[in-house]
Design a protein around this ligand. Sequence first.
Ligand code: PEP
Ligand code: MN
Length: 254
Amino acid sequence: MKKNILLIIGPCAAESREQIAASIKEVKKRKLDFMRINLWKPRTRPGFEGLGKMGLPLIADAAKKGVNPAAEVILPKHAEMIIKTTLDASKTANVMLWIGARNQNHYIQQEIARVVKGEKRAFLMIKNQPWRSIDHWEGIIDHVVHAGISTDQLYVCHRGFTPQGENNPLNLRNIPDFEMAMQMRNKLKLPMIFDPSHIGGTVENVIKVSNEAAKYSFDGLIVEVHPNPLKAITDAKQQLTWDQFDKLSRPIAS
Ligand code: PEP
Ligand code: MN
């Protein structure tokens, strides 16, 4: 049976009111589950780190227009601000927060989970850490569950592991481990979302890894799509156009 997969789609980072307004229209047209409206960006080197608090009105705009926001939270106060903004703006909108690959401080992970806990319209997605270790990845889930969040509020996301000199003919940005992701999914009984954008690193590779991932039982996709990818401030090479997204392979297995 074909299942409904969860789709979290939108630009790498929120950049401007115009960019978010254009994205909201496309997300609404396709009735997607969540839209990426990312206000805080971990960066390898100092640079554009996101709109931060200044971007909260964009979250409110989306929620008012019936679009559910999704965003990375680096600190507990980010989770507080995004949840409050969404709930104040709309009586029905849901909000997806995620802990990114680089945010590997378990005190902070637990604090974020405490903020999300008990808020029925808020969900938390745990991305894998950058280095390959199923034990560490499971440990993050253990930490947030230990902090009291309900497993009904939890999602897991595979975004690949930093290349460590292994065979990488496509020159992927991060190396997927599909078997590990499926092992986690079966053991934890949590929905497993796939992130082809941060694995692929280029549009061509995003399409290729999505074709590969379609053979596995992922429960959803998080994909970077930008109204004008070449002008994107962050991750310009990997962001799809809406046409490219419409043609992207999607997991169909149950
Ligand atoms: C992101 O999804 O915006 C992101 C930074 O991804 P990751 O934490 O997987 O690097
Ligand atoms: Mn990105």
